[in-house]
Write a protein that binds this ligand. Structure first.
Ligand code: 5GP
Ligand code: MN
Length: 349
């Protein structure tokens, strides 16, 4: 389903008016932010700073090392670690940007409670399905590859594309690159490429950005990838593949945040497979974190919503399970035969 809630001309006028005087702004990504979420927040951070405002990025928690090189990263507050400072920034804000998520519970319980008390203006820029009705200004388009591309469109609407400098271009480029699997997912359009070309013209160093994000593995993370691939199970009659990683395995390879990012995609790279999952045990949070990917019309967003308390996009979603790793796999294996028809007809080679 394609839904687009564009901010209209009168919204733009109001937004311009709002920002005609200096504002205290808090910018929030979802919990466990990825390249798109952090890229969008830092792009907005630099843009607002450059245009005379006082922005603060408050992330619910920390993010992987391969994003810490982004310009402005050292200024990001982590709500769980810098709780007092974060709460003060939220208290003093007149505007809060919600970037790359669509429901307040995506920031985690503690931060959600703080945000619920906020009485100012919420602005949401996001590309996930079924946004909650919490923002005064909602800019939502589920056809767009990344929130970072939407931030570019937002600046276009404000007639501020020319404000984009090397720092802003670098942040937006990073989010588009990471959310499109380096420009290969079907959500990548000619428009995306035109925008990316403009970002390179504005100073984004494409080769360096790729290198900073992807050529950043530790020995342990590659060994962990090796174990994940050894654990891969193929259910060929359902065009499905899945991977498990237990907490013991994560510990064995000195797991660091971000080390498992992207591993789920290996399942989809097997010939004939159109549905891939990874189940990762998190003993501390007492959950199994699940990532789901698909090719074609089989919606992992619906699958995650219905069975694993999650959501996302049609072809990339996530969720969680409170069962043990073993019981979660048993549940998964019991569910997927019910989708046999959809799985077998989802994608034409
Ligand atoms: P990932 O598998 O990379 O963590 O997430 C893939 C997509 O699904 C992202 O767009 C992410 O925002 C969304 N997603 C991941 N986990 C959850 C979840 O627990 N709930 C919801 N609603 N969305 C999720
Ligand atoms: Mn995104």
């Amino acid at each position: 389903m394609y839904i687009c809630t564009l901010i209209n001309k009168s919204d733009i006028k109001e937004i311009k008016e709002l920002f005609s005087t200096a504002q205290n702004v808090v910018i929030v990504p979802h919990k466990n932010p990825d390249g798109d979420a952090i890229g969008a927040c830092l792009a907005m951070y630099h843009y607002l700073k450059k245009t005379g405002h006082h922005p603060t990025v408050v992330s619910p928690n920390d993010y992987p090392n391969f994003l810490r090189w982004l310009p402005g990263s050292k200024d990001v507050l982590k709500f769980d670690m810098q709780n007092r400072q974060s709460k003060r920034a939220i208290k003093e804000a007149s505007v809060i940007f919600i970037l790359d998520f669509n429901a307040l519970n995506r920031v985690g319980d503690d931060m959600q409670k703080t945000l619920q008390k906020f009485k100012g203006v919420f602005m949401m820029i996001d590309h996930h399905q079924q946004p909650e009705d919490i923002a005064k200004y909602l800019f939502s388009d589920t056809s767009i590859c990344s929130t970072c591309q939407m931030v570019y469109h937002y600046l276009e609407k404000l007639n501020d594309v020319e404000v984009i400098d090397k720092e802003i271009a670098t942040c937006i480029y990073t989010g588009i690159m990471t959310d499109t699997g380096s420009f290969r997912f079907p959500s990548t359009t000619s428009e995306t490429h035109r925008i990316v070309a403009d970002l390179i013209d504005k100073g984004a160093d494409n080769a360096k950005i790729y290198n900073n994000v992807y050529d950043n593995n530790s020995y342990g993370s590659l060994q962990l990838l090796g174990r994940a691939l050894t654990n891969l199970v193929v259910v060929s009659e359902l065009k499905t593949a899945f991977i498990t990683l237990s907490q013991a395995e994560l510990n064995e390879f000195d797991f660091q945040k971000g080390d498992t990012e992207g591993i789920v995609n290996y399942g989809l790279s097997i010939e004939g497979i159109i549905f891939a999952a990874i189940f990762i045990e998190d003993v501390e949070q007492k959950i199994i974190k699940i990532s789901l990917r698909s090719k074609g019309s089989f919606s992992v967003n619906k699958f995650a919503r219905k069975h694993f308390n999650g959501g996302g996009h049609d072809n990339a979603a996530g969720g969680k399970s409170e069962l043990s790793l073993e019981d979660t796999i048993t549940k998964f294996l019991n569910i997927i035969p019910k989708f046999k028809n959809e799985l077998l007809t989802s994608y034409e080679e």
